[in-house]
Design a protein around this ligand. Sequence first.
Ligand code: ADP
Length: 196
Amino acid sequence: MTNLLEVADAEFSYDGATTVFRQVNFQLKKGEILTILGPNGAGKSTLLSCISGFRNLVKGTVTLGGQDLSAVKGRKLAQMVGFVPQSQVRTFDFSVREYIAMGRAPYLGYGKTPSASDYAMVDAVMEQLNLTHLKDKVYTKISGGECQQVLIARVLVQDPQIIMLDEPVNHLDYGNQIRILKLIKRLSTEGYGIIL
Ligand code: ADP
């Protein structure tokens, strides 16, 4: 099978003086799960931000679906790469359904609200992840485990090729850790490339 993602000779520095990582090489195929491990400060989050196109490498290339990511910006990038952040301060009282619908943003025109077909996709993903019972709940008032599943649902409606999750089971109790890891495994069998 061809590679979905290829990272070749990647190097990054924030200030031009200290190198955070160099000579990073790996490939990811559809359906594979890659875990990046290392101590605090090793550069894992920085590497993820380079792979997701938020930061540019100082050397090397990131190729996704045959395209050089440094040439892909904005919405196009958001249609290819989904990112589930480590933890979030939850501020606004959106309903869970509205919050998940925000994952459709890269497909909407400026100032446009999600259409019936966008909401149909949101409802289908909530059904798939067994989250339908949460749809009218306030996003700021659900549990940590539920929140993690909602973040994953938001990325699924974004319909990316790869999904990156930054320490997805941090701060979760054992039962929820298992639930999230099983969900991630299932997504890989559905053809997403996954990086943890
Ligand atoms: P990890 O995710 O493995 O804990 P990070 O990628 O967060 O590591 O950090 C790698 C190195 O880059 C650390 O030395 C950190 O201090 C530094 N660093 C992280 N973010 C920035 C930033 N925005 N500006 C400058 N240095 C940073």
